[in-house]
Ligand binder design. Sequence first.
Ligand code: HXC
Length: 271
Amino acid sequence: MAPAPYVVPIVDSTAIFKDDIFKGKVLFCTGGGSGICRGMTEAMMRHGANAVILGRKFDRLTQTAKELSQATGRECLPVQVDVREPATLKEAVAKTIAKFGRIDYVICGAAGNFLVPIQNMSENAFKTVMEIDTIGSFNTVKATLAHVRASKGAYIHVSATLHYSGTPFQAHVSAAKAGVDALSAVLAVEEGPNGVRSNVIAPGPIANTEGMDRLSPKGDEYKLPGYPAGRMGVVGDIANATVFLFSDAAAYITGQVLPVDGGSMHLQGSL
Ligand code: HXC
């Protein structure tokens, strides 16, 4: 008998948390136009926050902002930036303050990825991902920090689990995400006395996201070794971790990396 088709489960996003825990707060999220960061933003808005989503594709951002506002009843401002260009982030922060007057939470999520072995990777390909992921995160922190200090807010950096071992064809992303993890740790230590927290979420294989589709074309996930948690991750899993880490329930958690991967990083040969 043929095995039953694999169905990615829907995890009800963040319903376990109170509705209004982020009421009056403002989220600033790079990469929020799609994928995991869109899900993180939606979760924060469902719990009361207004949001600014940032990225290079303005049309997509505008559409996403409309959909998120309709779904949550909160305001969402789309702003075009290239995180490699500090001036665009500074301008985006000015627009955020003009509209909402504050920034409480920042998600550094903008990232680039593609599969290529070191032998074939151009210097510019490596540099491009370092610039988007690592330098882009630094630029985002620089542009927002004064406001996050003022609100005694918090950062979440979206990293990965693939650099905790040697993942083939991912030299650029592995180096870049290791830098992101380090940046967050230093930010936590330097800014803790100012009331600012900084943590990393390291997603494992998350179904129906651009990153996963690029690394493992649809269908190939069936061929990966069994998942310790019995299933792939879904965006709702990352959203739940986001709400927890930004909430007061995590007030004493800073400088940490939280893998949200169902235990996959401990499985030999996994993503
Ligand atoms: C080899 C490639 C390539 C590919 C680009 N390059 N794509 N090399 N294979 N598939 C090279 C180009 O040839 C060029 O080098 C250099 O990279 C820059 O490419 P550009 O297209 O000029 O840059 P840009 O327009 O700035 O785009 C950057 C980008 C981006 C990184 C390619 O468009 C991108 O990847 N977007 C995808 C977003 C994404 O995947 N987000 C999810 C991330 S998930 P040369 O030498 O030719 O000039 C994630 C976590 C993964 O990060 C963990 C999952 C488990």
